[in-house]
Design a protein around this ligand. Structure first.
Ligand SMILES: Cc1cc2nc3c(=O)[nH]c(=O)nc-3n(C[C@H](O)[C@H](O)[C@H](O)COP(=O)(O)O)c2cc1C
Length: 162
């Protein structure tokens, strides 16, 4: 029954920081058995591909306090499948250059779209509450939160879809 449950960790990254976050999140998610975890850059994912996953985690650098246009483009393309992401697990993560540079607003903007799709969002009572953030590249602090995020969303995915 659990076989075939799939998580997509999809990111956009120009200078590698958000990509590194995606890789660490995948490491955390892979601690949970029986979940297939795939990491893909945005160029290799289109809106239709999202239908094949039970969990979709989207990562973006923070550009002017929100997601990169490329990430918004993917989200806007999901209109073709509106209603079909209902009940899937969602999550978001972001990198910025500065502390208070807009990571949380970036995450909340992605999560808002996921909620409109009817996706299931889980926050964290400890650590990075809305989703993991990195200031620049992944450091020890953000690594801890990326790992934990991957793991708790993997557990939620197996609970709901396993
Ligand atoms: C167009 C543009 C806008 C940016 N806007 C912000 C911003 O509002 N706040 C901030 O802290 N960093 C901002 N940055 C910096 C990036 O968010 C930061 O360098 C991030 O770590 C890049 O992630 P990446 O390596 O995955 O591409 C901006 C960078 C670019 C290119």
């Amino acid at each position: 029954m659990a076989a075939g449950v799939r998580m997509l960790i999809c990111y956009y990254s120009r200078t590698g920081h958000t990509q590194h976050m995606a890789e660490v999140i995948a490491e955390g998610a892979r601690e949970v058995q029986d979940l297939g975890v795939e990491v893909k850059t945005l160029g290799h994912v289109d809106a239709k591909d999202l239908l094949g996953f039970h969990a979709i985690l989207l990562g973006s650098p923070t550009y002017y306090g929100t997601m990169a246009a490329e990430v918004k483009h993917l989200i806007d393309d999901t209109i073709a499948f509106h209603g079909q992401l209902n009940g899937k697990v969602g999550g978001a993560f972001a990198s910025s250059a500065n502390v208070a540079g807009g990571n949380e607003t970036t995450i909340m903007d992605i999560l808002a779209a996921m909620l409109i799709h009817g996706m299931v969002i889980q926050g964290s009572p400890t650590g990075d509450h809305y989703g993991p953030v990195a200031i620049g590249d992944v450091d020890r602090r953000s690594k801890t939160h990326c790992m934990a995020f991957g793991k708790y969303l993997a557990e939620l995915t197996m609970k709901l879809h396993g």
